[in-house]
Ligand binder design. Structure first.
Ligand SMILES: [Zn+2]
Length: 424
């Protein structure tokens, strides 16, 4: 159980996992986990570890975090869909959805935090975030005691909270935006023993998100015809494609890969534009005119990655090509309307990215992209915030350091070296 080797999609090299996220020969591709289990057995383990066979970890931790798939009635009837399945990644106890920070980023954080603990003795994970991802990693750190260093833009500090007391997070804020937080993170990773989490290149992160496809397939009894998600970096789409290939090879869940149906929020839709011309390269002037300003005009700001893993081998272009995928832009007004409709028909409140996804489903039905009896899996990537606020504590994580600029990084690195001794 849980046996795997890492493999490079470019040269095929097999790589032992020492928290390795790139090919040792230097190829430019997304290294993936090649599992010894070719057929999956759902395990009697906590939360998402029920899919342990296809997660790149040896052990497991106590967790409730797991995708929760159910068959829709309200939204399905409204749209005239016969087989609409919703994977709810958020907080909704009646549906057995217990993601306490209300975002599917916890699906990435749970196996990633365990992977570093297993593969790098005394290594400490560093993650740069604009908000949701940092919160997910803080929560998992609070639940497991595994230390993590999180760098965020100062204005996002308020979105880093946990639902239980936590003293294993070193939170650093910096004036500026997400790219400043990334630059700070790179500086922090020069401290010996501090390791960058890896983003889309981290196979634990992708296969953690891939459990959505597994959970949906188990609920339906076969692979869906369609997989719907709103994407910023596209990593969720890549993850769904990778799991689809494993399910196809398993042989028991259908003989066709689910088609990806992915959406972005207008006016910032670089991957929609590049894919419309079946281009592997994103051309910034053409595909994301307005750059940062266009990104700031969007409603679902988490969908505005300006450097997504689209062109790289094993990335989103390959995932769309391999599944005959579709990408669409969604207007902010349509997303908000779709969010209200979802709340009326299904119950919970959604985060803006999930609203974009629901809007894309509505337009796919109207335009005839999907048939009414197709099996459709809708990945709700975040929601249930109102209910979580009623049921759970939201304890702010206090910054351990606040920087005005990178000039102050040296002092910070000394502080981190000192803090790290607690865990070495
Ligand atoms: Zn290689």
């Amino acid at each position: 159980m849980g046996e795997y080797i890492l493999r490079c999609p470019v040269c095929g090299e097999a790589i032992d996992d020492c928290y390795t996220n790139t090919c040792i020969k230097g190829c430019n591709g997304l290294v993936y986990a090649d599992y010894s289990a070719k057929q999956i057995t759902v395990r009697d383990l906590p939360g998402m570890f029920r899919y342990h066979d296809w997660l790149p970890v040896s052990g497991w931790t106590q967790t409730d975090t797991c995708p929760a798939t159910y068959r829709s009635e309200g939204l399905a009837d409204h749209l005239g869909l016969k087989n609409l399945y919703i994977t709810f990644n958020g907080y909704w106890p009646e549906k057995r959805a217990f993601i306490r920070t209300c975002s599917f980023k916890e699906l990435e954080a749970v196996p990633t935090m365990l992977r570093i603990k297993e593969r790098l003795k005394n290594g400490i994970l560093q993650i740069s975030s604009a908000g949701n991802t940092g919160r997910a990693f803080a929560e998992v750190s609070a639940g497991t005691g595994t230390p993590v260093i999180i760098s965020v833009p100062k204005k996002a500090a308020g979105s880093i909270w946990t639902t239980r007391e936590c003293d294993s997070v070193f939170l650093v804020t910096i004036e500026g935006d997400y790219s400043d937080a990334i630059a700070l993170g790179n500086e922090i990773c020069t401290v010996p023993g501090v390791i960058s989490e890896g983003g889309a290149k981290n196979p634990a992160r992708r296969d953690g998100m891939g459990t959505v496809m597994l959970d949906g397939t188990m609920a339906i009894g076969k692979m869906p015809d369609w997989y719907f998600q709103a994407v910023g970096s596209g990593t969720g789409g890549i993850a769904a494609w990778e799991m689809g290939k494993r399910l196809l090879a398993d042989g028991r869940f259908g003989d066709r890969l689910p088609r990806l149906y992915l959406s972005q929020n207008e006016p910032f839709v670089p991957m929609v534009n590049a894919w419309a011309e079946r281009r592997r390269e994103i051309i910034p002037e053409k595909d994301m005119p307005g750059g940062k300003e266009a990104a700031m005009e969007t409603y679902a700001t988490v969908l505005t990655n300006r450097n997504p893993p689209y062109s790289i081998t094993g990335g989103l272009f390959d995932a769309l090509s391999g599944t005959n995928g579709i990408m669409r832009g969604v207007k902010s007004g349509d997303a908000k309307k779709a969010g209200r409709l979802f709340m009326d028909l299904e119950g919970p409140d959604l985060d803006p990215a999930a609203e974009v996804c629901v809007a894309s489903l509505i337009s796919a039905v109207e335009s005839g992209d999907v048939n009414r009896d197709d099996n459709i899996l809708l990945n709700i990537t975040g929601g249930g915030y109102r209910r979580a606020a009623e049921d759970l504590d939201m304890i702010p994580v206090r910054p351990s350091a606040s920087l005005r600029s990178l000039d102050e990084a040296d002092e910070l690195k000394d502080k981190i070296t000192e803090w790290r001794r607690k865990y070495a």
